[in-house]
Design a protein around this ligand. Sequence first.
Ligand SMILES: [Zn+2]
Length: 461
Amino acid sequence: MAEELKSKAAYTPKNAWSVYRGETEQKAVREFCDSYIDFLSRCKTERETVAYCTEYLRAHGFGDDPAGKAYVTNLNGKCLFAFKKGTAPLKKGVRLIIAHADCPRLDFKPHPIMEQAGFAQAKTHYYGGLRKYQWLARPLALHGVIVKENGDVVTVCLGEGEGEPVFTIEDLLPHLAQNQVTKTVRAAFEAEKLNVILGSRPLDTDEDSKVSEPVKTAILDLLLEKYGVSEEDFLSAEIEVVPAAKASYVGLDSSLVGSYGQDDRICVYTALRALTDKEGESENCVLILSDREEIGSEGSTGASSRFFEYCLADVVQAHEPETALRHTILASYALSADVTAGLDPDYQDVHEKTNCHSLGYGVCFEKYTGSGGKYGASEAHAEFVGMMRGLLNRRGIPWQSGELGKVDHGGGGTVSLFLAALGMNVMDCGPALLSMHSPFELSSVVDVYSSYQAYKAFYEG
Ligand SMILES: [Zn+2]
């Protein structure tokens, strides 16, 4: 067969499987993804993720002192700032990676528990951009905290243990869905019907004693007896409804990882490991795990909060009091580590194929996000993209570059604009997913590894 003729100047993205084809590389990819899968199975909320990462960093020498060589702190247990001192002066800036620890989910309402038609149910308010029908008729778990009026915290994790009951939201049977199926998707699935079944056994009473809500009453009794929790306690609680089940490999060849929460815990984990595993001493490195990204990054623990700036100020003050914080910030480089959309084999028409990302082609550089006319996002400077390109090419790390989808077909944003607002050099850089924001998101094992290597290279400088 004749060889295809190509210009020397032509660009073809490298398939990451061909880069990691050797036995040693394959072993490294697999070992890394085994621990990534374990992490995903353990961390299903922002609190659990921040607790896991804090513990991991502490085990790797990070302490409480901003003047120390390695420092970690958090706010309300929901967002995290970590710093690793390099030999370079802080006036030359830091290498910063920010990823978000929150994911789309269903939150219990302040008054969650109700009874209808013989079922005790919990009312929810969805969090983030999700497709409501994906949460019906599937096993769910409850994670979170209930804070008592005396300040005691009851940690909740129900539906994950071996043999433990799970929860679910029922769905309409097809036989009686004739009206529903003719509606638009938006109209067919109502937020106020996302009620989680808590139980169906009524209170055990004798015939003549009247209880108006026998199932709800029985459930409340059970909550008090088993967990010491009253109905009023739910007013100061954060209960998140998430898919029950562990993360796993997908496909006959185990080439993919399937799990809830990969947006953006895939970047949380790869950046965490990059920070602890990095070699070389020169760069000052920062890892930020933010919260509330899925709903616009507002709030004290979101990327728009001043908290992260205060943490960096503490570090600069402790190590180099003569340097002004603004000089450190302006000299810094940041990667906004977040996922992007991969080319969907069944919905290829939403992508512009010359500029899309594909699973299995390595970490993605997204020069800009936003929607129609590049609205609502920052854009990385060509110089920064050039620097990253050179860095990864020199190390033989597979990467690709593209856009989220076709222009004027939608869009999305990341936290990059909040760092860019400080004057920092920022670029979006993370792996592509399929089924993004669903209860079972898909990533490619080689992209997980490529992201880890890219973040590590960035930290090493
Ligand atoms: Zn995200």
